[in-house]
Each structure stands twice: as C-alpha cells, then as structure tokens.
Ligand binder design. Structure first.
Ligand SMILES: C=C(OP(=O)(O)O)C(=O)O
Ligand SMILES: [Mg+2]
Length: 403
C-alpha cells in the first residue's frame, strides 16, 4: 500500500527569502506526503552538507528518486532512509544534499501516515504517544548570526516550565515576547526582529538579561505558573581559535575558556537559567564537561553545534559527561532515522532531547510531530512569526485532538 510511486522535488521559498527544497512523496494507494527542508545560519562545522537547492534537486533526481520509486515503501522509514544514504554514498550527504535528503525523508513519513490514516506523531511514535507534550522554548531576544548589531548571545529563550498545557505554554511565550516589546519601548530602544522573530535590539547582553528577566517575571505573575528562561549562546560563532578567546563584541569583552565557563556558570546561578545551549566552542568537549560538572545539576547544558544530531559525536560527549541534553535538528544529519537514533541514544543515557527548528524555516510542521512522537521534553521553535507559529499551532492542534 505504501509503495512509493512518485517523488517530486521543487524549489520553494524559506522564511529568509532563500530557496529551499520541497519534496512530495506519492504512494500506490494514493498516499501523499509533502515536506520542506529548513536551513541554518549559525551552522555547526560538523553538520551534513546542504547543497544549493537546484544542485541538490538535480542530484537527488539522478541518484535517489530512481531507487525509491517502485522500490521502497513510505511506511518503512528505515528502508527509505537507508536508500537515501546508499544513493548518496557519502557520510555527510554531500552528493544529494542533506536538504534533498531530509525533505524526502520527512515527506515519506507523512505519506506513510497518510496511508495509515494516522497523525504523523502516531505513525512515528506509536499508538501510546500523544499524552505528553514538549515545553516550547520561545526565542524572545536575539542576535549573533541571526541579526546584525544586536546581542552577542544568539538567543534568549522563554521557558514556561510550569505551564499546565502546551497551549498555555505557547501563549505565555508570545506574552513574554510582547512584554519585551513594551520594555524596549519604555527604555526608548528601537528594535527590529531577527531571523527567528525574536526582538533584535542594539543592546549588550547585560541589558538583554535585565529586560528578559523583567519580562518573564511580569508574565509569570500574570499567568500564575513558573516561567524561567534560557540561552543559546552559539559560542562557536564568537570563538576565536587563534587567540582561544570568546569575543563579546557589543560589550567589547574577551573571555578565555576558563572565564567563559565561570561567566556562564554565574549566569545560570544569577538568573536560575533553565537551559543553556552551546555555551562553549563546538570542538571543546572538555570545557563543556567542566561546565556540566559545575551547573549540570541545576540546568540543561545542551549541545547543538557540539553534537549536530550525530550519534558518533553524541557518544563522544556521553563518554565524558560533556552535557546533559542534545539539540535535534533533522537537517543537520539528513534523515528522520538518524534523528531518531540520536534521540534514542540520548534517552538511554539520561540526556534530554530538544527538538529544534532552524533560523531559515518553512510552514512545515514535522518537528512538532517528531517532538510528540519521541516524548521530547522540549521543543525550540520560536515564539512568533508564521513559520514558527505553524509548529506551535500544530502542537496545540495535536493536544486538542488527543483530548
Ligand atoms: C536554530 C539555530 O540557528 P541556526 O538554524 O541558524 O543554526 C540554533 O543555532 O540553534
Ligand atoms: Mg543553536
């Protein structure tokens, strides 16, 4: 029934106005799945390779599509994904492009779900999923590679850890985003938005901490449940390998690795941070381990550029307790099977998985289903903006359908 009869690939726009790959997968019994690849700006050095969409589409048409059509079953995700790997023939999808691979992988999953008549999360996660929902981490202030002339820390993320429902959590994050706008106006700080819809004011990190801390407290009082906040430092982007220092340009501060570890540990204690992603360079497992040893009992230390959704890199981290959490971005590794394997390895070793969007996104909602399918405790997918609310609203719908 789920035998693949056609795979169609096209270029569509992403949220930055760049082209990206969209895939349609059709099956023998009329099943249909459509998915699109997202795209990063602060990409990790060890990510799978994203090719220019025209090249990725041409290469996938040549190498992957003939091996799938009439040969593979969309309902058998591992088979589809191993065919994608074999068709590509490299370790990092540099032949067909991780963008073509992930679009086809996700579209096949949706086609499989369509034939079954089941929601995607149930097809991926089984009949007993759909009772637990991830806490959304909402980007409310940001800079780094996502906005010019804004904070050095890439993302300040609202974390409504006490929300009684995913709907309450989603609305709380939007309220924090709105409160930040009011506080910026009070301070006379004009602000546009960065790539993920977060405010991108021209302030240093210290002022951003004050603003986000106040916004979170105000909304916490309004909604009556606990809201904390967290960070994606994206430290690899500020690390200078020659001087071995982290360069905070907006405050004109340079920190060596020991100072960076102490700085982050102090922030965790001062602001009771719930979450800290990529606080150190993507090559420095040892420094990650030192920080995790210091504050890992009170916050999540999450590897994004560090692990790049890759089980080999995660296993290396697990070996030395480098972190206690992994960011999962399917396009960093190329297929849903690879993303699932990373989540399973993480769970087996007591690491929390945080399913994540990219800064360049589309209306695709696969990651909302992936988070529910894998019982992930957190999802990072922005707070506002159509390509972000597509995922947040899908979570609300899944929860609504489940009750
Ligand atoms: C979502 C992120 O940004 P990008 O997609 O630019 O890597 C991130 O760094 O976590
Ligand atoms: Mg990150």
């Amino acid at each position: 029934m789920t035998l693949i009869t056609d795979v169609r690939l096209r270029r569509i726009l992403d949220s930055r106005g760049n082209p990206t790959v969209e895939a349609d997968v059709l099956t023998e019994s009329g099943g249909f799945g459509r998915a699109a690849a997202p795209s990063g700006a602060s990409t990790g050095e060890f990510e799978a390779i994203e090719r220019a969409p025209t090249e990725a589409i041409a290469a996938a048409r040549e190498h992957a599509v003939p091996r799938l059509v009439g040969e593979a079953y969309a309902g058998n995700q591992r088979e589809v994904d191993s065919i994608l790997r074999a068709a590509d023939g490299t370790d990092d999808f540099s032949e067909i492009g991780a963008n073509s691979a992930v679009a086809i992988s996700m579209a096949a999953a949706k086609a499989g779900a369509d034939v079954l008549g089941a929601p995607l999360f149930q097809h991926l996660g089984g009949a007993f999923r759909g009772r637990n929902f991830p806490t959304p981490l909402g980007n409310v202030v940001g800079g780094g590679e996502h906005a010019a002339d804004a904070t050095d820390i890439q993302e300040f993320l609202a974390a409504p850890v006490g929300a009684p429902s995913v709907e309450d959590a989603v609305f709380a994050n939007a309220a924090v985003h709105g409160e930040v706008a009011d506080l910026l106006e009070e301070r006379g700080v004009p602000s546009g938005k960065g790539d993920e819809g977060a405010w991108a004011p021209s302030v240093d990190d210290e002022e951003a901490f004050e603003i986000v801390d106040e916004a979170v407290s105000t909304v916490e009082d309004e909604v009556g449940f606990e809201i904390r906040f967290g960070l994606d430092v994206a430290a690899a982007e500020m690390y200078d390998a020659d001087s071995e220092t982290y360069e905070y340009e907006s405050a004109d501060i340079s920190r060596d690795t020991a100072e960076q570890i102490e700085y982050i540990a102090d922030l965790v204690r001062e602001y009771d941070l719930a979450y800290v992603e990529d606080p150190l360079d993507e090559n420095d497992y040892e420094a990650f381990a030192e920080l995790t040893d210091e504050v890992g009992d009170r916050t999540l230390i999450c590897g994004d550029d560090l692990f790049v959704t890759n089980t080999d890199r995660l296993a290396e981290g697990i070996e030395i307790d480098a972190a206690n959490s992994i960011l999962i971005k399917p396009n960093q590794i190329g297929t849903l099977t690879d993303a699932f394997d990373a989540i399973e390895l993480a769970t087996e070793n007591g690491y929390d998985s945080v399913i994540s969007h990219r800064s360049g996104e589309t209306e695709d909602t696969t990651i909302a289903h992936l988070a529910v399918a894998t019982d992930a405790p957190f999802i990072k997918t922005g707070a506002v903006g159509g390509e972000r609310t597509a995922k947040l609203n899908e979570l609300i719908r899944i929860a609504d359908d489940a009750t």
